[in-house]
Design a protein around this ligand. Sequence first.
Ligand code: NAG
Ligand code: NAG
Ligand code: NAG
Length: 364
Amino acid sequence: METQVMNVDASLKTDHRMFFPEMEGLVLLLLLLSSPTSTEESAVYRGADRNQDHTPGPHYLLDPIRNVIQSTRGANVTLPCIMRHRPRSYKVKWSKVNPLDPMENLIIITNGKYHKNYDKLKGRARMRRSHRLDASLVITNVTLEDEGRYKCELVNGLEDQSLTLSLHLEGVVFPYQSRGGRYGFNYMEARQACEEQDGRLATYSQLYQAWTDGLDWCNAGWLLEGGVHYPVIVPRQPCGGDLPPGIRSYGPKDPLKDKFDAFCFTSALQGRVFFLRGPMNYTEALAACRARGARLAKVGHLYAAWRFFGLDHCDGGWLVDGSVRFPIADPRERCGGLPDPGVRSFGFRGREERLYGGFCYAGV
Ligand SMILES: *[C@@H]1O[C@H](CO)[C@@H](O)[C@H](O)[C@H]1NC(C)=O
Ligand SMILES: *[C@@H]1O[C@H](CO)[C@@H](O)[C@H](O)[C@H]1NC(C)=O
Ligand SMILES: *[C@@H]1O[C@H](CO)[C@@H](O)[C@H](O)[C@H]1NC(C)=O
């Protein structure tokens, strides 16, 4: 590990303010995700929301019970927004709030009778309308890109009000290196690499969550917001030295010129992963999966199967990117010997090597 570490701090606040001073919204979201109690969560939120803070008069929208809604990829999720009473005439406007993009991302506008759908969610959004005060939004078939903050805004002429909710996907973060070895991706290449492995570049809060779940990784990788970080649980010399455990941060990096690894995020597996015994070379593994109506799994498929279904296999298997890996849910001496569960990697192998099995993925 190079000694380029500029700031080491497990505290999200300082960390993000330092490199993304414009990203107040994200900082608040992170604070919110890490707040211990729901009372504190809403306190943080109200401070953030000027509309809500300074609006006099009646409150038309019920304070949400939870500000963070958990879901997984492929699920249907409801973002609750309930009116306390219904103004005579009003509109409800749902939009997605992107701290990196000041443009309003409209999803749907309704006046209680009719609604207009904008193409932000490509037909996957509708109003729930389960009673006359219900302005909740339903998103079907949740995707990785749906993660983020959503705003329900009641437009009533004089006293507009809004509430903001965060949609948080359960998932797993995995570090990813290029075929050429360590630090082979600029930002766009990292983004693409994650997408090719059935994932998406992880956000800072996803990496933070993964760190609290046990991710310790000594190589720096790009995150979705454009920062470069790595998570350390056990401080050691090659990984920033004696600095306390936390998410280590590199300074601002050039998205075109600077090269690092990637931290990818994926959520629930829509399908299943199974192992085929070898020995096979890469082409044989491709054909063997195809013969069973499946295809060679992507790295994200393997991580999701490990994380969500406890897939455990002590033999290395080919994946479609040409790497060889194996998932360990139940660590034991003869399976690599490491004490913690994880997906182990032999790295990218020569495609003619006839030593491994294969992991196949069958979609739904
Ligand atoms: C989501 O909702 C649609 C209908 O709106 C339904 O067809 C589908 O089965 C639901 N999916 C899940 C995972 O519940
Ligand atoms: C859900 O989304 C995924 C990826 O966008 C797509 O492949 C799948 O067909 C969708 N499923 C449904 C039920 O719409
Ligand atoms: C894998 O083995 C087959 C023979 O079973 C051979 O035809 C093929 O060329 C080999 N593929 C590679 C990449 O070495």
